[in-house]
Structure formats: structure tokens, C-alpha cells
Design a protein around this ligand. Structure first.
Ligand code: ATP
Ligand code: MG
Length: 747
């Protein structure tokens, strides 16, 4: 096992994997194997220190990163063992603890999660209700910041002097009251309540033997506190991170957490990794040049292990549509050059903001290049999916008045918007939920002051009927075997959902129904006892003396877990995972969501001032780091581009980061530097296929012809160094990628 585990790791990586230090920091630049080291250390702790996988917590920042990490660990220890780890995002791990032990801090077991769009809707409604002038998005962000600082709405109400502050205080107060009345927690609450749970009931984590965190540079203070609380029993912590990649300052991430950790645990051992295994030398050179513009940054050593390869490209295009077209044609050209060895999933388009994707999506559609959005409209946010989820949420927790308001007249039941608002208002003033007012009205137990016509009364009755049948089905599950999927099909049938979609969406109907089918598939999965156990990680949560924990036994529990998971996952990811990530799709992602990931070919379009650095960003250094993170996702080919006119047809100026002195030398603005031999070399090495002697010869000839365009050959590097054939071993290395000789050292 030892051999396998440490095989393919360099000295510093091995030291980190096998370190005896209780608290360990691995700080290193992109592509230096931090995540690889972290996953190997998890395997090492299990194999050599006999830690039980269910006693190890592994935290990452995105769902995608969590699934990649799980895959890597599976490679070391097998799926059975990997499954037992407590591995996920901070939010999903917090959720797991709260679902399991939340009753000890007064949480109702069916609490739901207010996702980003729910939270925003609540804030908007409050602003409208009180006729306030404050901006909804800003108010939402501020609530988050205040919660992170532990300042509650009461504090604000008493100290707010200016009108703007008073408005914010009102929104904050009502927002919290709405969440409470609706039995909802927002994302911040998940972390904060989990912190409270672990502080007051430390026995919940008495079994935790080790905690490992990836991308530590992006932790905020709440996450830092959680780290200490998760690990409070044994204080065995490994973190990996890179201060140069800190890109979540706008969400209160604290780069200071690195030094704070050293103060809190003075014996912290720090290990640095210095070799980059991801990118070609040329890409590293260019990225390095960008990050070094920040003069306050301490110089660092970074060594490329790949040859220089193809020079990154910086291209100006006339318009955003022109840029999108060029980009797609480049994808096709490079793919064709490799004889289709490179597939669409080897390409990624990384954007500063998701809103830029429209032109690109339409160009990809036209060219029939399959793609997926890594952080686009989340599956659970799509109208038809959200609607079904809302029905399930209300069945599970009818006090969620926001959800009731959203679905009470969908499909249409002749319950007008005005009537709903007025009923909601009436319910609020009576201190009851909208559901209980509606139920009592339908069952003749009360007569609301809001005028309810006969038609409306019928509509309300039909709504109540759907919800009550769902609840009866759930109650049945105590006595007979009822699965979540049965509940979902009951709701779909009661709503005549397929007919509703057909009528509402006409030609778009099929795509919409496909989403519903996907949701049914997920419910089927979740209904499987094996899968349910995995969701709950029952094995992973041992019985703790004096601390009762919940086990999922009925459809009610499954539903509540399913809904909570839905709020934290985006299903394109889930789906890809279920299909074994076979889909050959190009990735479109924001740079933020792409951190930690890598692709052979990366495009970063829209590199102009106002976009990157973004006009609304407070911190230009953070924007620069963002560009650095984007560039360092590329393994072999990197394209940056800038439309002369943006989508609003305004003239742009090239990003200030790219017009700094010396930068141009790393890019090539005009002729093609993407050469056939370069790309062919890239494809063969990535596919681990052995190039033939004839390929090598062809590459050399082409490079000689193409000397000006092939960067390493301007007298800097002899040809043999970049393309060579090893006669003894019968293998060769083509120029773009894969020579192991260090090609460039940065200090
Ligand atoms: P980031 O900061 O972007 O998250 P990272 O430091 O986590 O990067 P990894 O993703 O772990 O880097 O590794 C980058 C690539 O280098 C991966 O493809 C990984 O398999 C490879 N790699 C890491 N270490 C080695 C090694 N010792 N030998 C060969 N390849 C390696
Ligand atoms: Mg990583």
C-alpha cells in the first residue's frame, strides 16, 4: 500500500502525506499537487494510522471539487471506504450534523433550507411590503456580513440612526422573523447553527480523529471557527491552500486565517511545494507575470516540470459575438488538429461573470458543440423543478409560507395574486402561517376578512387537497413501504403536471419534461435504502452516549433530507456524477467555480476593464488573483481574448492587467502559435499514447519551418530538448507537453 500511496509523489509531497505533525499547513502555488497531497494523506491516515474513515472530515468549497476529491480518494482506498468519509462542502457537512443532532438546539427536524433565490425573494417581499428604497441584493449581502460578525437585528434596530440604516434594520429583522416562521435556515444559518451545536454539545464530534481542508485561503471567520470546533477533540488538522488564489474576499474570506492558525496552534508545521505539474512552462510564465504585478506579494519559487510548450494567445476581436464565434471555431480547429483525440470535455471557457455566457452558448449551439454550465442556472432553480420541489417542501413543512405563496396558484386555480398577498398579510397579523389560514378557510373553521369568491374557494380547496394527500401518503409510510418516488409521482398526478407543462411551454415542453424525469430519477435513487444510508452516512455517525440521534426510517425523513440536499447541490453535477462523468461536454464556468480544477485547453474571454477587473469589485488585487486562478487552470493551451466592443456595443479597453509592461512578450497577439505538432503532442501525451518516430520527425520539420511561431525555439532551447525519441525505451515525447526536464524556474 505504502508504495502505491506514495508512488508518483515528490519528496515534499511525501513529507506532507506522512507528516506526524498534528497541525499541518501545505502552502503552494496552483498545480503543485496540494489536492493530490491532501487526498493521499487521507488514504495514509486510514492505511497507516488506522483512523476510521467515518471519523475523518474532509472539507472543500464546491460540490464539484468535493466529487473530484472523492474520486481521487476512491482511487487510493476503494469506493467502499471512501463512501464512509465525512466529505463535502462546509455547508453539506454542517447540514449533516444539524439533521442528525439539531433537535438538541431546538431545531425542528423538518427544517428546510432557504437557498439564494429564496432568501432574495424574502428580502424583496419585505422591501415591497414596507415600501423601502434599499437595494435588495445589497441588503441580502449585508445581512450575510452581519450574521458572519455575529451582530443580530436587535442590535441594529437599537443603534440605527440614518434612514438607510433603519431600513436595513427593518429588512434584517423581518427577514429573520420570516425564516423562523417558515422553519427555514439560510446558508449562513447552517454554518452558524452548526457552530452553536458543536460548542454546546461537543460530544457530537467526540469521534472526529482528523480534519482536512482544501482551498483554505478562502475560509471566512465562521468557517474558521467551525474548523476549530470540528477538530476540538484531538486537534488534528491538515489544511492546504495558496494565498495567491484567495478570491472570496468579497464574501468575507480572511486570508489572515493562515497566520491565525499558527497563533492558535503554535506547533503548526508548514510545508511548501514548489513544482508545478499542471501547466506548460509558457502558461506558467505568463500567469506568473500577472501575479507578480502585485508588489506587496512575497516572491516565491515555482518550478515548471513541463516544457515551455505553446505560447498563450491574446486575441482582440471586433465584438462579443465575433469573439464567441472565433472561440468556437478555435475549439473545432484544435480538436480537428488532434484528429479528435481531444474531445469537447478537454476544453473550458472561464468567465468573470456568468452573464457573459449568452453569446458563447448561442455560438456553441449553432456549431453543435455539446456543453454544460458548471455554475449556471442550477437545476433546482429551473421553474418546473423548483415547482415540484416547492410542493414537496410544503408537504414536508406547510409553515413555509413563502413556498405556499409561490405555488398556491400554480398551476392556475383562480386564486389571484392580490388575494394571496392579502391572505398572507392576514395570516401574519394573526401570527399563524398562510397554510393554516387557508386550511381553516377551506374546512370552514374560519372566515377570513380577505374576500374569497366561490371560484377562489374552490381553487384553495384543490390546493389543500394536493397537500393533504401528500401528507397522508407520508403518514402511510409509517405502516407500509412508501418511497419518496411514490410521493413525487402522486404529486405529479394530482397536478396533471405533464399536461400543465405541455400547455404552458408548447415546443419547449420536452426539455422541461426531461428535467422532471431527471428529478424522478433522483427521487428513485434517494428511495433506495442503500443510497439513503449513504446520504445520511449512518455508519459514519456513531451512537454517542446521552445524545440521541435521528435515523431516517420513513419517507418523511427521506424527503426532508432529499430537499435539504437539493438546496445545496446543483444537479448537473449530480447527474454527471451518476453518469460517471462520461458526457463529452465542453465546460462553461465562472472562474470562481473553476478553482481547483484543470483542463487541457482554457479560454478566458472578455478580458477588458470593467469585466476583469470588474467595475463593481472593491479590490483590484483580488481581481488580479482571479485572472491568475483562471489562467492556471490551463494545462497546455491558454487563450485570452477581448472584444473591441462589448455586448452593449461600448468600446472596451483591454484589461489593465494585460497591458502592463512586459506582459505582451508572453502572449502573441497576431499569427497562430498553435501549431500542429504542438497540438498533436499535447493530445498524445494527454491520452498517454505513445507517439511514433514519424510523428517526432514531422514535428521537428514543422517546427523548423514554423520557427518564429514556436516560442521555445527562438534560440532558447535546442530542438532535441522539446521533441525527442528515446531509442532504448522506444518512446518519445512531443513538444507541447510531457517532457519532465524542468523547463523554467521562477524565483
Ligand atoms: P490548485 O491550487 O489549482 O488547486 P493543486 O495544488 O491542488 O492546484 P492538484 O490539482 O493536486 O494541484 O495537481 C495538479 C495536477 O498535477 C494534477 O493533474 C495532478 O495529478 C498532477 N500532479 C500533482 N503532483 C504530481 C506529481 N508528483 N507527479 C505528477 N503529477 C502530479
Ligand atoms: Mg487543488
Amino acid at each position: 500500500m505504502d508504495g502505491d500511496l506514495l508512488n508518483g509523489l515528490n519528496g515534499a509531497q511525501c513529507d506532507a502525506v506522512t507528516s506526524e505533525a498534528a497541525v499541518l499547513q501545505v502552502l503552494a502555488p496552483p498545480g503543485s499537487g496540494k489536492t493530490k497531497t491532501l487526498t493521499a494523506r487521507v488514504a495514509y491516515l486510514i492505511a497507516h494510522q488506522q483512523l476510521k474513515p467515518w471519523n475523518i472530515i474532509v472539507c472543500t468549497f464546491t460540490v464539484k471539487a468535493a466529487s473530484e476529491m472523492k474520486e481521487r480518494i476512491t482511487g487510493f482506498v476503494g469506493a467502499e471506504v471512501a463512501k464512509q468519509l465525512k466529505l463535502g462542502t462546509f455547508h453539506s457537512i454542517a447540514l449533516r450534523y444539524l439533521k442528525q443532532y439539531g433537535q438538541h438546539i431546538g431545531l425542528d427536524k423538518d427544517f428546510g433550507i432557504a437557498d439564494t433565490s429564496d432568501s432574495k425573494a424574502i428580502v424583496k417581499r419585505i422591501i415591497k411590503q414596507h415600501d423601502l428604497t434599499i437595494d435588495a441584493g445589497q441588503a441580502r449581502g449585508r445581512i450575510s456580513t452581519q450574521k458572519a460578525k455575529g451582530i443580530d437585528s436587535e442590535h441594529f434596530l437599537s443603534s440605527a440612526k440614518k434612514i438607510e440604516q433603519q431600513e436595513f434594520a427593518t429588512v434584517y429583522r423581518d427577514y429573520e422573523a420570516t425564516l423562523k416562521a417558515s422553519n427555514l435556515l439560510d446558508y449562513d444559518d447552517l454554518l452558524l447553527r452548526c457552530g452553536f451545536l458543536l460548542r454546546t454539545h461537543p460530544q457530537c464530534v467526540s469521534n472526529v480523529e482528523a480534519l482536512l481542508i482544501d482551498e483554505f485561503q478562502d475560509t471566512n471567520n465562521i468557517q474558521y471557527d467551525l474548523m476549530g470546533l470540528f477538530a476540538q477533540q484531538r486537534n488534528v488538522i491538515t489544511i492546504v491552500g495558496d494565498p495567491d488564489q484567495s478570491i472570496y474576499g468579497f464574501r468575507s474570506a480572511e486570508i489572515k486565517n493562515l497566520s491565525r492558525m499558527k497563533q492558535q496552534w503554535p506547533d503548526t508545521l508548514t510545508i511548501n511545494l514548489e513544482e508545478n505539474y499542471r501547466s506548460s512552462g509558457a502558461i506558467l510564465h505568463a500567469a506568473q507575470h500577472i501575479i507578480e504585478q502585485d508588489e506587496s506579494r512575497p516572491p516565491k519559487r515555482l518550478q515548471a516540470t513541463h516544457s515551455l510548450g505553446m505560447r498563450p494567445i491574446l486575441r482582440k476581436l471586433p465584438s462579443a459575438t465575433g469573439e464567441a464565434k472565433w472561440l468556437v471555431s478555435e475549439v473545432q480547429r484544435v480538436q480537428a488538429m488532434t484528429g479528435n483525440l481531444l474531445q469537447p470535455n478537454d476544453f473550458a471557457i472561464l468567465l468573470r461573470s456568468a452573464a457573459l455566457s449568452r453569446a458563447i452558448e448561442s455560438a456553441l449551439n449553432k456549431a453543435e458543440v455539446p456543453y454544460r454550465m458548471l455554475a449556471g442556472t442550477r437545476f433546482y432553480d429551473r421553474a418546473e423543478v423548483k415547482l415540484i420541489i416547492d410542493y414537496l417542501r410544503v408537504i414536508n413543512n406547510p409553515d413555509n409560507s413563502e413556498a405556499v405563496e409561490r405555488i398556491i396558484n400554480v398551476p392556475a386555480r383562480r386564486v389571484g395574486e392580490g388575494t394571496v398577498k392579502s391572505l398572507h398579510e392576514e395570516a401574519r397579523s394573526q401570527g399563524v402561517s398562510l397554510w393554516s389560514l387557508v386550511l381553516n378557510t377551506v374546512q370552514g373553521r374560519c372566515k377570513p376578512t380577505t374576500r374569497v369568491t366561490e371560484a377562489t374557494q374552490k381553487g384553495l380547496a384543490s390546493f389543500v387537497n394536493v397537500i393533504l394527500s401528500g401528507q397522508t401518503k407520508m403518514a402511510d409510510s409509517q405502516t407500509e413501504q412508501v418511497a419518496l418516488v411514490d410521493l413525487m409521482t402522486l404529486v405529479l398526478r394530482k397536478l396533471s403536471f405533464e399536461a400543465y407543462l405541455k400547455k404552458k411551454y408548447a415546443e419547449e415542453y420536452e426539455a422541461r419534461w426531461a428535467n422532471v424525469e431527471e428529478l424522478i430519477a433522483q427521487a428513485t435513487d434517494a428511495s433506495d435504502p442503500e443510497r439513503l444510508r449513504a446520504m445520511l452516512q449512518e455508519d459514519a455517525l456513531p451512537v454517542i452516549d446521552g445524545l440521541e440521534q435521528r435515523t431516517a426510517s420513513s419517507v418523511e425523513d427521506t424527503l426532508s433530507l432529499f430537499l435539504a440536499n437539493a438546496a445545496l447541490t446543483s444537479s448537473s453535477e449530480e447527474k454527471a456524477e451518476r453518469e460517471g462523468e462520461k458526457a463529452q461536454q465542453l465546460t462553461i464556468s465562472t472562474i470562481h467555480a473553476a478553482k481547483g480544477l484543470e483542463w487541457p485547453v482554457v479560454f478566458i474571454p472578455a478580458c477588458y476593464d470593467g469585466c476583469i477587473p470588474h467595475s463593481r469589485a472593491d479590490d483590484n488585487e483580488e481581481e488580479r488573483r482571479l485572472l491568475y486562478v483562471g489562467m492556471t487552470r490551463a494545462q497546455a493551451l491558454l487563450y485570452l481574448s477581448c472584444p473591441i466592443k462589448n455586448t452593449q456595443r461600448e468600446e472596451t479597453t483591454m484589461s489593465t492587467f494585460l497591458v502592463q509592461p512586459g506582459v505582451a512578450a508572453f502572449f502573441e497577439e497576431h499569427g497562430p502559435s498553435v501549431t500542429q505538432p504542438g497540438v498533436a503532442g499535447l493530445a498524445t501525451t494527454l491520452r498517454r499514447e505513445c507517439p511514433h518516430q514519424s510523428d517526432i520527425d514531422k514535428a521537428k520539420q514543422a517546427m523548423e519551418r514554423d520557427e518564429d511561431n514556436y516560442w521555445p525555439l527562438n534560440g532558447e532551447e535546442p530542438l532535441e530538448e522539446v521533441a525527442r525519441w528515446d531509442h532504448d525505451r522506444g518512446t518519445g515525447t512531443l513538444p507541447a507537453f510531457g517532457t519532465t526536464r524542468p523547463a523554467a524556474v521562477f524565483t
